[in-house]
Write a protein that binds this ligand. Structure first.
Ligand code: PLP
Length: 284
Protein backbone atom coordinates (compact mmCIF):
# COMPACT_ATOMS: atom_id res chain seq x y z
CA UNK A 1 0.00 0.00 0.00
CA UNK A 2 1.22 3.49 -0.84
CA UNK A 3 2.26 6.13 1.66
CA UNK A 4 0.82 9.55 0.95
CA UNK A 5 1.64 12.95 2.42
CA UNK A 6 -1.13 14.81 4.21
CA UNK A 7 -0.58 18.06 6.13
CA UNK A 8 2.86 17.34 7.48
CA UNK A 9 2.69 13.55 7.91
CA UNK A 10 3.32 10.47 5.79
CA UNK A 11 0.40 8.08 6.24
CA UNK A 12 -1.00 4.96 4.57
CA UNK A 13 -3.29 5.91 1.68
CA UNK A 14 -6.33 4.27 3.31
CA UNK A 15 -5.81 6.30 6.47
CA UNK A 16 -5.53 9.68 4.76
CA UNK A 17 -8.80 11.59 5.04
CA UNK A 18 -9.90 15.14 4.40
CA UNK A 19 -12.91 17.06 5.74
CA UNK A 20 -16.07 17.33 3.64
CA UNK A 21 -15.75 21.09 4.33
CA UNK A 22 -12.42 21.31 2.51
CA UNK A 23 -12.60 24.20 0.04
CA UNK A 24 -10.94 22.01 -2.56
CA UNK A 25 -13.96 19.72 -2.40
CA UNK A 26 -16.55 22.53 -2.07
CA UNK A 27 -15.26 25.12 -4.54
CA UNK A 28 -12.34 23.53 -6.42
CA UNK A 29 -10.41 26.19 -4.49
CA UNK A 30 -7.05 24.58 -4.95
CA UNK A 31 -4.05 24.19 -7.21
CA UNK A 32 -1.83 21.27 -8.15
CA UNK A 33 1.37 20.14 -9.81
CA UNK A 34 2.32 16.85 -11.46
CA UNK A 35 6.04 16.08 -11.71
CA UNK A 36 7.40 13.15 -13.68
CA UNK A 37 9.71 10.63 -12.03
CA UNK A 38 12.41 8.71 -13.91
CA UNK A 39 14.97 6.44 -12.24
CA UNK A 40 13.43 7.38 -8.88
CA UNK A 41 14.19 11.07 -9.43
CA UNK A 42 12.22 14.20 -10.36
CA UNK A 43 12.19 15.77 -13.84
CA UNK A 44 12.49 19.57 -14.16
CA UNK A 45 11.57 20.07 -10.51
CA UNK A 46 12.65 23.74 -10.58
CA UNK A 47 10.12 24.51 -13.32
CA UNK A 48 7.36 22.89 -11.26
CA UNK A 49 8.21 24.80 -8.08
CA UNK A 50 8.34 28.05 -10.06
CA UNK A 51 4.91 27.41 -11.57
CA UNK A 52 3.53 26.31 -8.19
CA UNK A 53 4.73 29.61 -6.71
CA UNK A 54 2.99 31.47 -9.54
CA UNK A 55 -0.30 29.57 -9.02
CA UNK A 56 -0.12 30.24 -5.26
CA UNK A 57 0.44 33.94 -5.89
CA UNK A 58 -2.39 34.23 -8.40
CA UNK A 59 -4.75 32.52 -5.91
CA UNK A 60 -3.50 34.49 -2.83
CA UNK A 61 -2.50 31.24 -1.13
CA UNK A 62 0.44 31.33 1.29
CA UNK A 63 2.12 27.95 1.50
CA UNK A 64 4.49 27.76 4.49
CA UNK A 65 6.89 25.42 2.66
CA UNK A 66 9.87 26.55 0.60
CA UNK A 67 11.32 24.85 -2.47
CA UNK A 68 13.88 22.86 -0.43
CA UNK A 69 11.17 21.53 1.90
CA UNK A 70 8.96 20.63 -1.08
CA UNK A 71 11.84 18.76 -2.69
CA UNK A 72 12.50 16.85 0.55
CA UNK A 73 8.82 15.82 0.80
CA UNK A 74 8.74 14.71 -2.85
CA UNK A 75 11.95 12.69 -2.37
CA UNK A 76 10.78 11.04 0.82
CA UNK A 77 7.51 10.00 -0.81
CA UNK A 78 9.35 8.50 -3.80
CA UNK A 79 11.64 6.64 -1.42
CA UNK A 80 8.82 5.33 0.81
CA UNK A 81 6.91 4.06 -2.23
CA UNK A 82 9.98 2.76 -4.07
CA UNK A 83 8.81 4.59 -7.18
CA UNK A 84 11.16 4.36 -10.14
CA UNK A 85 8.99 5.67 -13.01
CA UNK A 86 5.74 7.61 -12.84
CA UNK A 87 4.67 10.82 -11.20
CA UNK A 88 4.26 12.76 -7.98
CA UNK A 89 0.96 14.62 -7.65
CA UNK A 90 0.81 17.60 -5.28
CA UNK A 91 -2.32 19.56 -4.36
CA UNK A 92 -2.80 22.61 -2.14
CA UNK A 93 -6.28 23.82 -1.20
CA UNK A 94 -7.49 26.76 0.85
CA UNK A 95 -8.20 24.46 3.78
CA UNK A 96 -11.30 23.65 5.79
CA UNK A 97 -14.08 26.02 6.76
CA UNK A 98 -17.88 26.03 6.90
CA UNK A 99 -19.32 26.97 3.53
CA UNK A 100 -18.36 30.58 2.82
CA UNK A 101 -17.48 32.10 -0.53
CA UNK A 102 -15.11 34.61 1.06
CA UNK A 103 -11.57 33.43 1.75
CA UNK A 104 -10.73 32.46 5.35
CA UNK A 105 -8.36 34.91 7.13
CA UNK A 106 -4.78 35.01 5.85
CA UNK A 107 -2.62 32.46 7.65
CA UNK A 108 -5.43 29.88 8.03
CA UNK A 109 -4.06 26.37 7.49
CA UNK A 110 -4.07 25.03 3.96
CA UNK A 111 -4.58 21.40 2.98
CA UNK A 112 -1.48 19.87 1.38
CA UNK A 113 -1.62 16.44 -0.23
CA UNK A 114 0.98 14.51 -2.21
CA UNK A 115 0.87 11.02 -3.64
CA UNK A 116 2.83 8.95 -6.13
CA UNK A 117 1.55 7.03 -9.10
CA UNK A 118 3.51 4.43 -11.08
CA UNK A 119 3.30 4.97 -14.85
CA UNK A 120 5.33 3.96 -17.88
CA UNK A 121 6.73 7.22 -19.16
CA UNK A 122 9.65 6.37 -21.42
CA UNK A 123 8.14 3.40 -23.20
CA UNK A 124 4.60 4.64 -23.73
CA UNK A 125 2.64 3.11 -26.66
CA UNK A 126 1.20 6.51 -27.61
CA UNK A 127 4.70 7.83 -28.19
CA UNK A 128 5.08 5.26 -30.96
CA UNK A 129 1.54 5.13 -32.34
CA UNK A 130 0.72 8.85 -32.05
CA UNK A 131 -2.57 10.41 -31.02
CA UNK A 132 -5.83 10.96 -32.83
CA UNK A 133 -7.21 14.34 -31.87
CA UNK A 134 -10.56 16.05 -32.29
CA UNK A 135 -11.21 19.79 -32.05
CA UNK A 136 -13.67 21.08 -29.46
CA UNK A 137 -14.69 24.57 -28.38
CA UNK A 138 -12.65 25.84 -25.42
CA UNK A 139 -15.43 26.37 -22.88
CA UNK A 140 -13.15 26.72 -19.83
CA UNK A 141 -13.05 29.73 -17.53
CA UNK A 142 -10.90 32.77 -18.31
CA UNK A 143 -7.85 31.86 -16.18
CA UNK A 144 -6.61 28.66 -17.76
CA UNK A 145 -3.07 29.89 -16.97
CA UNK A 146 -3.57 28.93 -13.30
CA UNK A 147 -3.18 25.22 -12.59
CA UNK A 148 -6.35 24.82 -10.53
CA UNK A 149 -8.08 21.56 -9.66
CA UNK A 150 -11.16 22.80 -11.50
CA UNK A 151 -10.80 20.34 -14.39
CA UNK A 152 -14.40 19.49 -15.20
CA UNK A 153 -14.31 20.75 -18.77
CA UNK A 154 -11.08 18.84 -19.42
CA UNK A 155 -12.88 15.68 -18.24
CA UNK A 156 -15.92 16.43 -20.42
CA UNK A 157 -13.76 17.09 -23.48
CA UNK A 158 -11.64 13.95 -23.00
CA UNK A 159 -14.81 11.91 -22.57
CA UNK A 160 -16.23 13.39 -25.77
CA UNK A 161 -12.99 12.54 -27.60
CA UNK A 162 -13.19 8.97 -26.37
CA UNK A 163 -16.85 8.69 -27.43
CA UNK A 164 -15.71 9.63 -30.94
CA UNK A 165 -12.92 7.05 -30.92
CA UNK A 166 -10.16 9.66 -30.48
CA UNK A 167 -7.41 9.93 -27.86
CA UNK A 168 -7.84 13.55 -26.85
CA UNK A 169 -9.11 16.98 -27.88
CA UNK A 170 -7.48 20.27 -28.80
CA UNK A 171 -9.47 23.27 -27.63
CA UNK A 172 -10.36 26.15 -29.91
CA UNK A 173 -11.22 29.67 -28.77
CA UNK A 174 -12.20 32.46 -31.19
CA UNK A 175 -11.03 30.27 -34.06
CA UNK A 176 -7.53 29.60 -32.63
CA UNK A 177 -6.14 26.51 -30.91
CA UNK A 178 -5.35 27.27 -27.26
CA UNK A 179 -3.99 23.91 -26.03
CA UNK A 180 -4.96 20.28 -25.42
CA UNK A 181 -7.23 19.24 -22.55
CA UNK A 182 -4.19 18.40 -20.40
CA UNK A 183 -1.23 19.29 -22.61
CA UNK A 184 0.22 22.02 -24.80
CA UNK A 185 -0.31 21.82 -28.56
CA UNK A 186 2.46 22.21 -31.16
CA UNK A 187 2.67 22.00 -34.92
CA UNK A 188 5.63 21.91 -37.32
CA UNK A 189 5.08 23.81 -40.55
CA UNK A 190 6.05 22.46 -43.97
CA UNK A 191 9.07 24.75 -43.94
CA UNK A 192 10.26 23.33 -40.62
CA UNK A 193 9.18 25.90 -38.02
CA UNK A 194 8.11 24.59 -34.61
CA UNK A 195 5.01 26.57 -33.65
CA UNK A 196 3.03 26.87 -30.42
CA UNK A 197 0.52 29.35 -29.09
CA UNK A 198 1.93 32.33 -27.16
CA UNK A 199 1.26 32.38 -23.41
CA UNK A 200 -1.74 34.29 -22.06
CA UNK A 201 -4.59 33.73 -19.64
CA UNK A 202 -6.04 31.30 -22.20
CA UNK A 203 -3.55 28.45 -21.63
CA UNK A 204 -1.35 26.79 -19.04
CA UNK A 205 2.35 27.69 -19.10
CA UNK A 206 3.48 24.08 -19.44
CA UNK A 207 6.80 23.10 -17.91
CA UNK A 208 7.48 20.67 -20.77
CA UNK A 209 6.53 23.42 -23.24
CA UNK A 210 9.08 25.76 -21.62
CA UNK A 211 11.87 23.17 -21.54
CA UNK A 212 11.20 22.10 -25.12
CA UNK A 213 11.25 25.68 -26.44
CA UNK A 214 14.72 26.10 -24.91
CA UNK A 215 15.88 22.88 -26.62
CA UNK A 216 14.43 23.99 -29.97
CA UNK A 217 16.36 27.26 -29.71
CA UNK A 218 19.57 25.57 -28.54
CA UNK A 219 19.48 23.28 -31.57
CA UNK A 220 18.99 26.18 -33.97
CA UNK A 221 15.59 25.00 -35.08
CA UNK A 222 13.09 27.62 -36.20
CA UNK A 223 10.57 28.56 -33.52
CA UNK A 224 7.40 30.64 -33.78
CA UNK A 225 5.19 31.53 -30.83
CA UNK A 226 1.84 32.39 -32.41
CA UNK A 227 -1.77 31.38 -32.76
CA UNK A 228 -2.86 28.87 -35.42
CA UNK A 229 -6.14 27.32 -36.47
CA UNK A 230 -7.17 23.68 -36.34
CA UNK A 231 -7.16 23.75 -40.15
CA UNK A 232 -3.51 24.89 -40.24
CA UNK A 233 -2.69 22.13 -37.73
CA UNK A 234 -4.41 19.42 -39.78
CA UNK A 235 -2.47 20.56 -42.88
CA UNK A 236 0.86 20.94 -41.07
CA UNK A 237 3.90 18.70 -41.68
CA UNK A 238 3.78 17.38 -38.09
CA UNK A 239 1.89 17.96 -34.86
CA UNK A 240 2.49 16.92 -31.26
CA UNK A 241 1.60 17.54 -27.63
CA UNK A 242 3.76 18.16 -24.57
CA UNK A 243 3.08 17.40 -20.91
CA UNK A 244 4.94 16.23 -17.82
CA UNK A 245 3.83 12.63 -17.95
CA UNK A 246 3.73 12.13 -21.72
CA UNK A 247 6.79 14.30 -22.51
CA UNK A 248 6.07 14.51 -26.25
CA UNK A 249 3.46 12.48 -28.14
CA UNK A 250 3.01 12.80 -31.89
CA UNK A 251 -0.43 13.78 -33.18
CA UNK A 252 -1.24 11.75 -36.30
CA UNK A 253 -4.78 12.86 -37.10
CA UNK A 254 -7.00 15.86 -36.40
CA UNK A 255 -10.77 15.57 -36.78
CA UNK A 256 -10.27 12.45 -38.91
CA UNK A 257 -7.80 14.11 -41.29
CA UNK A 258 -4.33 12.53 -41.30
CA UNK A 259 -1.46 14.86 -40.44
CA UNK A 260 0.87 14.39 -43.44
CA UNK A 261 1.09 10.58 -43.96
CA UNK A 262 -0.56 9.82 -40.61
CA UNK A 263 2.67 8.54 -39.05
CA UNK A 264 4.60 10.13 -36.14
CA UNK A 265 6.74 12.90 -37.63
CA UNK A 266 10.54 12.65 -37.89
CA UNK A 267 11.25 15.99 -36.20
CA UNK A 268 8.69 15.20 -33.49
CA UNK A 269 10.53 11.96 -32.74
CA UNK A 270 13.84 13.83 -32.64
CA UNK A 271 12.35 16.42 -30.27
CA UNK A 272 11.03 13.64 -28.01
CA UNK A 273 14.54 12.18 -27.81
CA UNK A 274 16.07 15.61 -27.14
CA UNK A 275 13.55 16.14 -24.37
CA UNK A 276 14.24 12.71 -22.83
CA UNK A 277 18.00 13.40 -22.89
CA UNK A 278 17.30 16.76 -21.20
CA UNK A 279 14.99 15.13 -18.60
CA UNK A 280 17.63 12.53 -17.69
CA UNK A 281 20.25 15.27 -17.37
CA UNK A 282 18.25 17.42 -14.94
CA UNK A 283 16.97 14.72 -12.54
CA UNK A 284 17.06 15.62 -8.84
N1 PLP B 1 -2.13 22.35 -20.44
C1 PLP B 1 -2.99 21.82 -19.55
C2 PLP B 1 -4.41 22.26 -19.58
C3 PLP B 1 -2.55 20.86 -18.62
O1 PLP B 1 -3.43 20.33 -17.75
C4 PLP B 1 -1.20 20.46 -18.65
C5 PLP B 1 -0.67 19.47 -17.71
O2 PLP B 1 -1.37 18.84 -16.96
C6 PLP B 1 -0.34 21.04 -19.60
C7 PLP B 1 -0.84 21.99 -20.47
C8 PLP B 1 1.11 20.65 -19.68
O3 PLP B 1 1.84 21.16 -18.61
P1 PLP B 1 3.17 20.43 -18.11
O4 PLP B 1 4.05 20.30 -19.31
O5 PLP B 1 3.72 21.33 -17.07
O6 PLP B 1 2.74 19.11 -17.57
Amino acid sequence: MRSVYLNGAFVAENEASISIFDRGFMFADGIYEVTAVLQGKLVDFDLHTARLARSLREMSLELPLDAAQLLAIHRELIERNQLTEGLVYMQVTRGVEDRNFFYPPAGSPLTVVLYTQAKTVLDSPLAKRGMNIIGLPDLRWGRSDIKTTQLLYACMAKEQARAQGADDAWLVKDGWVTEGTSNNAFIITRDGAVVTRELSRALLPGTTRAALIELVKEHDLRFEERAYTLEEAANAAEAFITSSTSFIYPVVSIDGQLVADGKPGKLTQRLRQLYIDHALAVLV
